[in-house]
Design a protein. Structure first.
Length: 71
């Protein structure tokens, strides 16, 4: 999963009827045993996670347009 700062991560709920958990990636932590992400969740909490395969997907942040480029 190619992830950058400010991308959004969505963790699929494992219980029927429960909402997915969504947040913004604040930090990408590379280690020998895998990559972890520090996430600011939409509910105001913050945590460090290492998602299991198939439980998460990333919505990439849109690149900001340079100031003054619109006419």
């Amino acid at each position: 999963m190619a992830v950058k700062l400010r991308d959004r991560i969505v963790i699929d709920s494992d219980k029927a009827g429960q909402p997915n958990r969504e947040g913004e990636i604040l930090e990408v932590i590379e280690a020998e045993y895998g990559t972890r992400y520090r996430v600011a969740w939409d509910d105001g909490h913050e945590s460090t996670i290492r998602p299991a395969g198939g439980t998460a997907h990333v919505v990439h942040a849109k690149a900001k347009e340079p100031t003054g480029s619109r006419r």
